[in-house]
Structures are given as C-alpha cells and as structure tokens.
Design a protein around this ligand. Structure first.
Ligand code: ZN
Length: 387
C-alpha cells in the first residue's frame, strides 16, 4: 500500500514555483490523489483519513506555511472513540499585523460502507485542493499581507461539523482577532444542467463589507458567484448548518461559504474525479483569490450583522434558477407533477420580488423552493448513465 501511495505522490507536480496553483490539471491531480483507492474514502478518524491529513500537512510545509498549533500542523481531538485531526498552517503577515483570516475546507468523507468506497471528490477533496492552491498563491505574496492567513483542513465534518467546532472551541487561533473566514465545500461540480456557469456564495448577508467585496469580484469570465442567504440551506434552523462556517458564525466572524451545491452523485460512490469541471473549480478559486486579496492586504474593519433581513434578491435568483430548470424539463426528465410544483414556486416567489424584504413567510417559501430544486438534482442522471 505504501509503495502505491508513493507512486501517486511522485506523479503530482512538485515544488515548481512557476506552475500556476490554480491550473485545472493541478486541481485534478490533488483530488485524484485524495480520492485514490489507497485513501478508501478518507473516513473520519480512519487510518486513511489520518494519512490524508499527514499528506496535507506535508503540502502545507512545502508551500512554506508555519505550523499553526504550538509548533504542530495538527490539531488533534477525539470524537466517537476515534483520533481525529485538523491540519492548520499559517502565513504570518509582517508586523504590526494582529488579525487573522481563515481559509478552510474539510478533508474527511464517508470512507467505506461495506465493500463500497465513497471517494468524496466533490465532497470535499475539491475544497481541500482549493485551500492548497490559495495557500501556495498567497505564500508567494506574503510580504504584502496586512493580516495573517490561516489555512485549515478540517476533520470530522461529516459527523456534524465537529472538526471546525473543536478548532474554534479550543482556541487554536484567537477567534476574537479573526476577522473573516472562507470555506469551500463541493466546488467544481455542476448542480444541474444549466448551472454550469454558477457557483453560490452564502454568508454575505451577515456583513455589508463582505457583500461589497463579493459584488466587486463575483464574475470570473463566464462564471458567476451568486450571493445567497445561508438560511436557504438551513430549513430546520442554524443548529443544522451544512458546512464549517457554523462555528465561526456563532462567534460573529464574517464568512463566505462557497459551493456549487449538491449534484445527483452527492454522498454516493459515484462522486469521482471524472464528475468535476476543473475549469469551473479553477475559476471559482479565481473569485475566492480576488476576494481574499482585498481582505488580507487591508486593515479595513469588516462588520457583522447578527440577524440579517431576508433579501428579495434570494427570491429573484431562485425564480431564475427554477425557470432555467423548467426550460429543460424534458432533458431533466421532470414529471408533470413536479413541474407543476416548481411553477407554483415561481408564482409565489415572483410575488415576493415586489416587496422590500422577505419576512418569515417569504424566507420559508424560498426554503421550500430550494428543497424542491434539490429533489430535482437528486433524481437527475446524466445522459447514458449506467450504474
Ligand atoms: Zn458530505
């Protein structure tokens, strides 16, 4: 096993300073390694999960990050009777910098269930590849930083966002000096045909400053990052958050959660390297890089809005999304019944777009619409798909 693993490591592009860290081929190499057979789906607290963490720590070191946890790249904790480990490295800005910006993604996935392995490429080798690429990019620009940058790969996300909760809870870095966090989960996939040029950025409803930066950089060639309210993916409330922004939000740290959402292969054994659009992943990271560059080369304060109002643009974006799905009713093999439900959503949401802000009912209507879109995505299969 070890030899095979080494062979894969040798195939990866190494230490070439001139190589573009965001090149689609490099992103593909990273996710293919993390999703290789030897990694067995990186189950939380498994030997393979541990191996993935070690590999990420080695990459951090090669890139030139310093260990973020008292001389170690690892932040270890026990969960469910297992040893788990977050990996964290820091890029120190020159004095007098005091504040931190955190960039993270989780590396654990579902592991093997019976004989079936869940490789977890989109979820979330894609996000880890993004963290590594950004670390490499900013390491070469360290002297221009005005805020320290912390790059984190979380463990035990799949068990209830445990890694990020412990990371924040144990004070690995000073949370009161953390001014922004960015998290990737599932970047580079295509949620549904028609959504190729879209990625979603949730969380900017909590900060006017973050929204302004996002608005400035939301387009990268044809790709667009659509700002959405986080409540949309939390129909049961914030206690059931969907990714690692949750612990930071609870501490009032402004954040962005970038994701291309959950396509049909989400949490199935078919979440494999060939499913991703690496150009899209690369462009998504281009947007993230521009946003981060603004924030880490400035000391301008970022506000936090604890209880944001529901924004009408959420309803507007959902209408656009549902209409594009309905245009492809045949291709997506959507039943008449479901199409009827979707049309009813459009009608309801269109009325909301005439108001100033979404109240509780409006937000609920948007959540219901998203749930139906997720249902459409879950039952979709690409043309010619065979198990
Ligand atoms: Zn997952």
């Amino acid at each position: 096993m070890r030899q095979a693993l080494l062979a894969v490591v040798l195939l990866l592009p190494q230490g070439n300073r001139r190589a573009d860290p965001f090149a689609p081929a490099r992103l593909r190499a990273t996710v293919s390694f993390l999703a290789s057979d030897e990694m067995r789906g990186r189950g939380t607290g498994s030997p393979e999960g541990k191996m993935a963490a070690e590999w990420i720590a080695e990459r951090f070191e090669k890139i030139g990050l310093e260990p973020a946890n008292n001389g170690s790249f690892f932040h270890e904790f026990r969960f469910g009777g297992k040893e788990c480990r977050n990996v964290a490295g820091i890029l120190r800005a020159p004095p007098p910098a005091r504040e931190f910006v955190v960039v993270g993604a989780h590396h654990d996935h579902l592991g093997g269930i019976g004989k079936t392995i869940y490789p977890g490429v989109d979820d979330n080798a894609s996000g880890v590849a993004g963290v590594l690429a950004l670390a490499e990019h900013f390491a070469a620009r360290k002297k221009g930083l005005k805020r320290h940058m912390v790059f984190v790969s979380y463990d035990a996300e799949e068990k209830g966002l445990i890694g990020s909760k412990r990371f924040v809870g144990h004070g690995v870095i000073a949370i009161d000096k953390t001014v922004f966090m960015l998290v990737f989960d599932l970047i580079g996939g295509v949620f549904l045909p028609g959504q190729e040029q879209r990625v979603y950025a949730l969380g900017s409803e909590h900060s006017k400053a973050v929204r302004a930066v996002l608005e400035q950089h939301r387009k990268a060639e044809a790709l667009e990052a659509i700002p959405l309210g986080t409540y949309l993916i939390e129909p049961v409330g914030p206690a059931f958050a969907r990714s690692d922004y949750s612990a930071y939000r609870a501490k009032h740290v402004p954040y962005l959660f970038m994701t291309a959402a959950t396509p049909w292969y989400y949490h199935t054994p078919f979440d494999r390297p060939e499913r991703l659009d690496y150009e899209k992943a690369s462009r998504t990271l281009g947007i993230a890089r521009a946003i981060l560059a603004d924030i880490v080369t400035s000391t301008k304060p970022l506000d936090f809005v604890a209880k944001p109002a529901g924004e009408v643009q959420d309803a507007r974006d959902l209408v656009r999304m549902i209409e594009s799905v309905l245009e492809r009713q045949k291709e997506l093999r959507i039943s008449e019944r479901r199409a009827g439900t979707l049309r009813a959503h459009v009608e309801r949401l269109a009325k909301l777009t005439a108001t100033d802000e979404l109240g509780g009912r409006g937000k609920r209507a948007c959540q219901m619409a998203i749930m139906d879109l997720l249902r459409v995505a879950r039952s979709y299969r690409p043309p010619g798909w065979k198990r």
